[in-house]
Design a protein around this ligand. Sequence first.
Ligand SMILES: Cc1cc2nc3c(=O)[nH]c(=O)nc-3n(C[C@H](O)[C@H](O)[C@H](O)COP(=O)(O)OP(=O)(O)OC[C@H]3O[C@@H](n4cnc5c(N)ncnc54)[C@H](O)[C@@H]3O)c2cc1C
Length: 561
Amino acid sequence: MNRQHVPQALFTQSPPRLGNSFRDDPLLAGWLRRVFPVASLPGIAAELDELGRVAGGALYALQLADRLNEPVLTQWDAWGNRIDEVAVSPLWREAERLTLGHGLVATAYERERGRHARLEQFAKVYLFHPSSDVYTCPLAMTDGAACTLLQSGNRALMERALPHLTSRDPAQFWTSGQWMTETTGGSDVGRSETRAVFEDGCWRLYGRKWFTSAVNSQMALTLARPEGNPQGGMGLAMFYVEVRDGAGRLNGLCVDRLKDKLGTRKVPTAELTLDGTVAELVGQPVDGTRAIEPMLAITRMWNSVCAVASMRRGLALARSYAAERLAFGQPLARLPLHLDTLAGLEAETWGAFLMAFLLVELNGRHECGELDDEQRALLRLLTPLTKLVTGKQAVAVVTEVVESFGGAGYLEDTGLPALLRDTHVLPIWEGTTNVLSLDALLRSDLHSGLAALLGRASACVRGVAEPRLAGAARQGVGAIERAALWLESAQDPERMQAGARRLALTLARALQLVLLCEHAQWLLDHARDARGLAAALRYSRAPVDVMHDFDPSLDRQLLGG
Ligand SMILES: Cc1cc2nc3c(=O)[nH]c(=O)nc-3n(C[C@H](O)[C@H](O)[C@H](O)COP(=O)(O)OP(=O)(O)OC[C@H]3O[C@@H](n4cnc5c(N)ncnc54)[C@H](O)[C@@H]3O)c2cc1C
């Protein structure tokens, strides 16, 4: 008997299947109908339909087949020349082709699309990300670099780099890195050690960059301290670097090694030594941490949408599996407790989606100069809040998705462990949860942001007629009001810092609840669709208000510090 064959009498489970990720996503479809002008919808939907077909079909199949391929760094050629070439995986090469075809970066800069350019771009990113093996990482930084250069006012650099960063032509397209983190820290980049020296008529950089993702990019924006500048973030300046010269030679830098990471294993994240790297000053020779902020605002928006996309992918797989997998005589999908588990995840995904795309909408309108002061304050607060809460939600949802497959979820060749590992980076890079909570508390002009948030939430309550939705929306507004009261009454800075994460999560979850109620009402009114109502009510049952004051001296006692 050939033992490689499975005896016919034994059962084998059919794997989860993905369909067209666009057609299978009623949340996206409903939201598109709500935000886009009717006339532009068919064109947008046709492109999303094509992307959804590929993302759930050929690209997903390639992703599973390409599972074991990782980037390879070749440091030397046969003749002893230092070359530091990075070969990326086949899926990444295909992802670049799709990026250009669908203009995943370019769409945002095609100004004829007006205030909807960002919404259109991120609807595509949302469909593309989960099958891209995090090719969205270099795209986020590319978009961030384009935006930063646009705002810098440096005409020469804009003319040099922007046509590449926003191109749809493979011969022209560049991606950009963002070299900030050093061994001294990624949260506190003010401690950076990289020096900028003005030599022979140009700036040269000397130092070590500790995390540089997508090191195969053609350019990067980075921070360095011009000689003589003071310590701290104020003493840093932002520089533009091209990684190689016209002949392909490295620009005074070497790739020491690629990092061996928990996840994002297809992303070549490197440690670099800069040893006389020729660089151009983008703006002033000071205040680089402020100058690079537009980059972070954009990459945090990408992070938020990619987090929601990972949740959606996990749920699509879990729901497909639950429809097929039998336990106790029924498909899992019919077992009340399994259904309850998946419904909780679905409601989380709806809340995260609506918040992430509100952020996208505000950014798009900001770029078109349409925001007033109040809306700008809301945008400043929403950027860290959305990034931090969606990162946490994605990890929680995808963790539960893995469990929903039982033992199969733990097996590498299902692709599920990779989805989980890739999701785990979302709360870390582009600012950890704590750092973003403090950013919201201390740096985003919280008081005006809070007033704007409360205004947005209260307007929402007024527009919600369905009594259960109105009750849930009031619950959200109440949580925001209590958070605002805490902030007003808090006197002790140490206590405030210690409560920053609870404050941020409360505001974020309360806003998600309110947005869910608003969208649910719209779906009832315009599509007679009660799924939004179910999502909002389900979401409202989970704790929204996680605020509580706590004495940090008790924390010290607990930890023995
Ligand atoms: C896969 C991957 C790719 C990356 N790619 C890039 C890249 O391309 N470019 C780049 O510049 N960086 C990159 N990074 C680095 C990333 O941005 C940093 O790791 C991150 O910002 C955290 O910095 P750190 O690692 O130095 O941690 P630390 O700053 O040392 O933080 C350690 C812990 O302390 C907490 N903490 C720090 N400050 C405070 C505070 N004031 N209050 C409370 N808690 C605090 C943090 O929340 C964290 O939990 C990448 C990281 C990863 C994992």
